[in-house]
Design a protein around this ligand. Structure first.
Ligand code: SF4
Length: 241
């Protein structure tokens, strides 16, 4: 993949998703951080249904730091893994209060030292709340970056490094949203909708997907012929006797 081809692919995605931004509802770095922790293994929609009640009750890191585990569990239950998530967000709030005056720090090391915060969560917070040139790699970014030919990486970290090298610094934090939105809408798993894709003329995977689909259709047709052959042969024998 050349930088020029990547630039052209991203240009198309930028035009396709001009207002791309996080789908998580938040109004501060603190509410964003908690929403991102809760979003693991669930949808942004589900998180957005949960956080209004959580933040009405615990609007600050100080308030959440002294919350009872059972109360928080009850509120976040529908997001899945609720015991672990409740424990992590309370502990993260305690870390914010103890080490950062209740504020969310804008540096990776401090963020990743908080319970429940890994590299992906830190990258979302840094890129969305602090507008830093960081790229969080989730399942959509991982898949679409491979299909567009940006990377052959086998880990999220490798994919992140490969994509960041190809993208202009001022576009990195936007590229995260373009790839996610494209993965959700068009470049779906397991079968991408290449016929509807605005990047198909540039995408190295488009011919591969088209060939795979053709092979599948041919295999089905051959299967139908195979299943139909004995009946046809029987009919033929019946007619000739
Ligand atoms: S052409 Fe197909 S594989 Fe390539 S980005 Fe578009 S949907 Fe994905």
């Amino acid at each position: 993949m050349t930088r020029e081809r990547a630039r052209r692919e991203l240009e198309v995605l930028e035009k396709t998703y001009p207002n791309a931004e996080t789908a998580l509802a938040y109004d501060s770095p603190f509410t964003l951080l908690i929403a991102v922790i809760l979003s693991a293994q669930t949808t942004d929609v589900r998180v957005n249904l949960t956080t209004p009640q959580l933040f009405a009750r615990y609007p600050t890191a100080q308030a959440l730091a002294s919350a009872s585990q059972s109360d928080v569990e009850a509120i976040v239950k529908s997001t899945g893994f609720f015991r672990m998530k409740a424990k992590n967000i309370i502990a993260a709030a305690q870390g914010l209060v103890e080490r950062h005056g209740g504020e969310v720090p804008g540096d990776r090391e401090a963020l990743e030292a908080l319970p429940g915060v890994g590299r992906k969560t830190a990258n979302v917070v840094l890129s969305v709340a602090f507008e830093a040139p960081e790229l969080a790699v989730d399942t959509h970014v991982f898949r679409v970056a491979h299909r567009l030919g940006f990377t052959l990486g086998t880990t999220p970290r490798q994919v992140e490094e490969d994509v960041v090298k190809l993208v202009a610094r001022d576009k990195v934090r936007h590229a995260h949203h373009w790839l996610i939105l494209h993965g959700r809408a068009i470049c779906k798993a397991p079968v991408p909708l290449c016929a509807k894709c605005p990047v198909r003329e540039l995408c190295p995977s488009a011919p591969i997907v088209a060939r795979a689909l053709r092979d599948k259709v041919s295999a089905r047709a051959l299967g139908a012929v195979g299943r139909g052959a004995p009946a046809a042969a029987t009919r033929h024998r019946g007619q000739s006797s």
